[in-house]
Design a protein around this ligand. Sequence first.
Ligand SMILES: Cc1cc2nc3c(=O)[nH]c(=O)nc-3n(C[C@H](O)[C@H](O)[C@H](O)COP(=O)(O)OP(=O)(O)OC[C@H]3O[C@@H](n4cnc5c(N)ncnc54)[C@H](O)[C@@H]3O)c2cc1C
Length: 345
Amino acid sequence: MNRAQNGPLPAKLIPNLGLKHRNTFGFDASAELAYEITSPEQIPAVISDIAKQKLTWRVLGGGSNVILPESLSGATLLMNITGQEMIASDEVATYLAVGGGVNWHELVIWTLENDLPGLENLALIPGTVGAAPIQNIGAYGVEVADYIDSIEAFDAKEQAFVTLRKEACHFAYRDSYFKQNPHRFIVTQVVFKLPKIWQARIHYADLATQFFEGSNPSPEEIFLAACKIRTRKLPDPTVIGNAGSFFQNPIVPQEQFETLLKTHTDLVSYPDATGKRKLAAAWLVDQCGFKGQRMGDVGVYQNQALVLVNHGGGTAQDVLGLAKCIQDKVRAEFGVSLQIEPNIF
Ligand SMILES: Cc1cc2nc3c(=O)[nH]c(=O)nc-3n(C[C@H](O)[C@H](O)[C@H](O)COP(=O)(O)OP(=O)(O)OC[C@H]3O[C@@H](n4cnc5c(N)ncnc54)[C@H](O)[C@@H]3O)c2cc1C
């Protein structure tokens, strides 16, 4: 059969799909009904099918920023759209179109191999390209929004494919228009704009200490440094289940920061782009004595207080129970609310 003439094969339907290996916490979870999406053209039929059956639905990428319950009712869309290509180039930038299901870290490697630097600070972040704009992934002083030109998505509300320019995506710290409108957009492709004039971004303390003062590291050296720091600090999800940072760094008004500083002179914080102050959530959790603590099968990672881990056999309820204890203690101690970063399904 000539598929080019007849369109792509319909999305593969998989009932009762085990997701233990598709969520980095390693929770024992299964999806009642999964649709494997390998091409954008499959999506309208899938959404219409879901609507006809009045099912709830959600999108799952690599599962590295989700907290899954034992059973996911309704439909789960598995994003497996691949493909990456240079689509344009002008005096200022090179433009890349990348499928939503492409592995993020592999894309970073591919860009460096093709002499297209820019994304090196974001090396080794798990997950897919389609999920990267959802919470505007960031690390070591760089956010993915810095390199996004536009997003191709299916808008389930309007029942149409849309192109959102960067300005329409309302990117902010771990936030975007997509995150603010859950169950609406299915990101099929991200168009990146990688500037032709490259500048090292090593101002972030952890990264800066990897280089001699005044040195001018290459993109590859920054890539290797970022990988080295991450490997040292963060637990490998294939060894111990986790979803990276569990809490966002809370942003507080300058006055509240100054009051806290009077009683906690070693408070760790960073200036925020909006003139407020971003507190280091890891420091707050650590000060409350949680680092390395265990509660049943879940706990706080011994080398990084911001990472909650599944020691094996833990569940969504267990990790959310531990999170609540931490949130309560931090609020009582510092008057600051910690927001959970992973998406609770
Ligand atoms: C060890 C570790 C380290 C991490 N370090 C960082 C870090 O440094 N910085 C950082 O920002 N994050 C970090 N994370 C979090 C995570 O890697 C990112 O949020 C990543 O972008 C999630 O990608 P994913 O494909 O796994 O998304 P999933 O976990 O599958 O989904 C996350 C959310 O995005 C939605 N989604 C996924 N794909 C799509 C799509 N195509 N269209 C629409 N919605 C979609 C899902 O519905 C869900 O709400 C880390 C996680 C781990 C486990």
